[in-house]
Design a binder for this molecule. Structure first.
Ligand code: SF4
Length: 274
């Protein structure tokens, strides 16, 4: 039985650690289990019974998951949850944008130009063009979208250009639910690499001062400022590790303090599923 805190209404499930990109700021970890499809189906029943209103299918990259992602999404939708797919958009199966079981697709845009975005996301290039193509498809199909941007030293000057781009897309029919501005955190397989913190990191205040003017503008979508992507008032994170369900955030250093010290391995509670 999963005990849910009343304010936590969104469950993010990390289905697998594998990914087809290697973003410089990646906050995800390797070393957790790839969920079995039966395990995932059983788990979402638990999440629905516990009262979670929304399910985010994440990874790694959930479109690489060997299970039937559309079946899991359809089941969660049938159970009354809003189903969101958090993808980098690379392994896009035909017709994804028209899948009824997926209510919203979360895609990344991290730079206002291909050069800046691709430097952060996919050094071989081409990723921004691909995300733009996915956004065009989602606009044509009328599927709701959320865009996420990891804000760091290298793209901090590009937020207003990104904002204008999103506004223009909305004027052309994109159903943009929200734009999430995540402050870079030095955690995970990319973010915790040596020197990544000083190279990319922004202080809390610096980040707030950068985002607030954009948030104060008039816009047809919500803009959320997320100073710590490893914690959220509304979101619980779940994954399996050696067959045991874990919750928290799947980075061994998610408890890293703002002062930069005290990296530790958090004791994560183990939850029981009947
Ligand atoms: S940030 Fe996302 S897309 Fe990039 S490497 Fe990590 S899991 Fe993959």
């Amino acid at each position: 039985m999963i005990l849910r805190q009343p304010e936590k209404t969104i469950a993010t499930v990390f289905l697998l650690p594998d990914c087809d990109l290697s973003c410089r700021f990646c906050a995800s970890d390797l070393g957790f289990d790839c969920m079995e499809e039966t395990q995932a189906l059983r788990f979402i029943e638990e999440l629905a019974s516990a009262g979670y209103k929304s399910l985010v299918l994440g990874g790694g990259e959930p479109l690489l998951w060997p299970g039937d992602l559309f079946r899991v999404a359809a089941r969660a939708s049938q159970l009354g949850m809003i189903v969101q797919l958090n993808t980098n958009g690379v392994a896009w199966p035909d017709g994804l944008e028209k899948q009824n079981g997926i209510h919203r697709v979360i895609l990344p845009l991290d730079g206002a130009t291909p050069a800046s975005h691709d430097w952060l996301r996919a050094p071989r290039g081409g990723h921004r063009a691909l995300v733009e193509e996915r956004l065009n498809r989602l606009t044509a199909s009328g599927k709701e979208v959320t865009v996420g941007t990891v804000v760091c030293k290298t793209n901090q000057e590009e937020l207003s250009a990104l904002y204008k781009e999103l506004k223009t897309r909305c004027a052309k029919g994109l159903r943009l639910h929200a734009w999430h501005l995540y402050r870079f955190r030095p955690v995970g397989r990319g973010g915790a690499r040596p020197n990544r913190g000083p190279e990319f990191g922004l202080g809390m205040e610096e980040f707030r001062n950068m985002c607030a003017p954009i948030q104060s503008l008039e816009h047809p979508f919500q803009i959320f400022r997320r100073p710590d992507m490893t914690r959220s008032r509304e979101v619980d994170f779940f994954w399996f590790q050696k067959g045991v369900l874990k919750t928290g955030f799947n980075s061994a250093i998610a408890s890293e303090s703002e002062s930069g010290g005290g990296l530790s391995n958090p004791e994560l509670p183990e939850l029981l599923i009947p």
